[in-house]
Design a protein around this ligand. Structure first.
Ligand code: GUN
Ligand code: FE
Length: 468
């Protein structure tokens, strides 16, 4: 103990940093959106102590415990994925050619119901491993109804920054195995909040997860809004994803989905409204007025034939738009680079109302996946950019490959030419969680084996395997 205090004191006295990443091309995403050639990033414990541009005096850099030479590499802020279901990672590849509601009924509900706590742990760990390997350092993770403690344990172990919500559903259309009473659903969410919110020095946080309007009573949603106001917890909810879903909501309430959520107090600065494919002009206005956040999940929207989120129109209305990969059962990847590329490409499809080809640029997309994501999670002062005082969440890319050569425009090439395989090293909260593509906190081979055998058992137990 005394030795630790002595080391800490000496470190502060000599300003000895924990890590220096030098010579990289740093895409800061700071307010001026500076791109610094040959800069040094100095990390002390979990924070960025300084960002020193090469033109400044390099003697400013204090000696560091570890120096990483990023010559020829690109350093970007760790990516912020605003919607994932790591509980569904073990469902990857299970189905094709289904729309949302039959997909949920035939596969997702039976498979989530079949999982025990070790399955949830394994699925979440496998999802987080894939996300780290593809440069994501923070995610908003909607889990299933039960065993959510296991997801927090997995995030704690691997070192990712995760804001986790248990699914809340109390309606009869949901299978009994995933349905809860309103009071149980609230009590279980609050239990998780007391146990995990701000655990691991703030790296883990708890969100409220009413899964979608159809699955939740008005009473449940009203209470969620109240708790969010009292505790400051964010609300993570699917909204207006599929046209049949919106039609059902109109039949039940006489209102469109987002209008109804607005009446219930769930369209606000603390809300993550996931998908928002089917919006009226009035709903876009409500989202903008209330400063609510939209999560664009292009791969999922295409695979489940849901449609396309009207990103250019939302951007014109100054809505904070972010990116999410959704789950491995409807994507079937958790690689933000792939969804960033699609997010840009689908926004350029001609024939959409008010779309101009130039309206969503590579910079806009990188903003969605970094600073906009940070703001949506209420973490704009902590993550999303490479700036002095922010958390040291960094993704280092090696783009010296045939597939990304020549390097003529770094932003265009990050969005359009590369994918998660370019990620070389990832730092979260100042800790190296992947170095030279080797995960440092988990045994990837053992995880792959366990994920395969657990997935096969879930398929069997849920009775959803191929009938051939
Ligand atoms: N709506 C309700 N649950 C889900 C889910 O698990 N995934 C998607 N994409 N939409 C949903
Ligand atoms: Fe989803």
């Amino acid at each position: 103990m005394l030795l630790l205090i002595a080391i800490k004191t000496i470190r502060i006295w000599w300003i000895l940093a924990s890590l220096e990443i030098k010579n990289g091309l740093v895409i800061t995403m700071d307010p001026a959106r500076r791109i610094l050639k040959g800069a040094s990033i100095i990390v002390e414990d979990d924070r960025i102590l300084n960002v020193i541009a090469s033109s400044e005096n390099s003697t400013e850099a204090p000696a560091a415990d570890k120096v990483m030479d990023a010559a020829g590499m690109i350093v970007i802020p760790g990516l912020v994925d605003c919607h994932v279901h790591t509980v569904q990672t073990l469902f990857r590849g299970i189905c094709d050619n289904l729309e949302l509601l039959p997909w949920l009924q035939k596969y997702i509900y039976p498979m989530e119901s079949a999982m025990d706590s070790e399955d949830v742990y394994t699925s979440s760990l496998a999802g987080y491993a894939e996300m780290i390997k593809s440069g994501t350092t923070t995610c908003a993770d909607m889990q299933s109804v039960r065993h959510t403690d296991s997801a927090f344990e997995a995030a704690g172990k691997i070192g990712i920054r995760s804001l986790i919500a248990k699914s809340m559903m109390d309606q009869d259309i949901i299978p009994e195995s995933l349905q809860e009473d309103t009071s149980t659903s609230i009590a279980e969410s609050m239990k998780l909040y007391r146990k995990w919110h701000q655990a691991e020095d703030g790296r883990l946080r708890c969100m409220l997860g009413p899964r979608f309007l159809q699955g939740c009573s008005e009473k449940l949603l009203g209470e969620v809004a109240q708790i969010s106001n009292q505790t400051g917890m964010s609300v993570h909810i699917h909204a207006a994803e599929n046209s049949t879903e919106v039609k059902n909501d109109i039949e039940k309430y006489g209102k469109r989905t987002v209008e109804k959520l607005h009446d219930l107090g769930l369209v606000g600065a603390k809300s993550l409204l996931v998908h928002c494919v089917h919006l009226s002009d009035r709903e876009i206005g409500l989202i903008a007025e209330e400063n609510a956040n939209v999560v664009h999940c292009p791969s999922s929207n295409l695979k489940l034939a849901s449609g396309i989120c009207p990103v250019p129109r939302l951007m014109q209305s100054q809505v904070n738009v972010t990116v999410g990969v959704d789950g491995a059962a409807c994507n079937d990847n958790l690689d933000m680079f792939k969804d960033m590329k699609l997010a840009s490409l689908v926004s350029k499809i001609s024939g959409q109302p008010q779309v101009q080809v130039s309206s969503v640029s590579a910079m806009n997309i990188l903003e969605m996946a970094t600073v906009n994501g940070a703001r949506a999670l209420g973490m704009q002062d902590e993550i999303g950019s490479i700036e002095k005082g922010k958390k040291a969440d960094l993704t280092i890319l090696n783009m010296r490959n045939a597939e990304t050569t020549p390097m003529l425009d770094v932003l265009n090439q990050i969005i359009y030419s590369t994918d998660g395989h370019a990620v070389k090293t990832v730092i979260i909260d100042g800790k190296i969680v992947m170095e030279n593509r080797h995960l440092t906190t988990v045994d990837e081979d053992a995880l792959v084996q366990k994920a395969q055998s657990r997935a096969e058992k879930i398929v069997e137990k849920a009775g959803v395997g191929k009938k051939s």
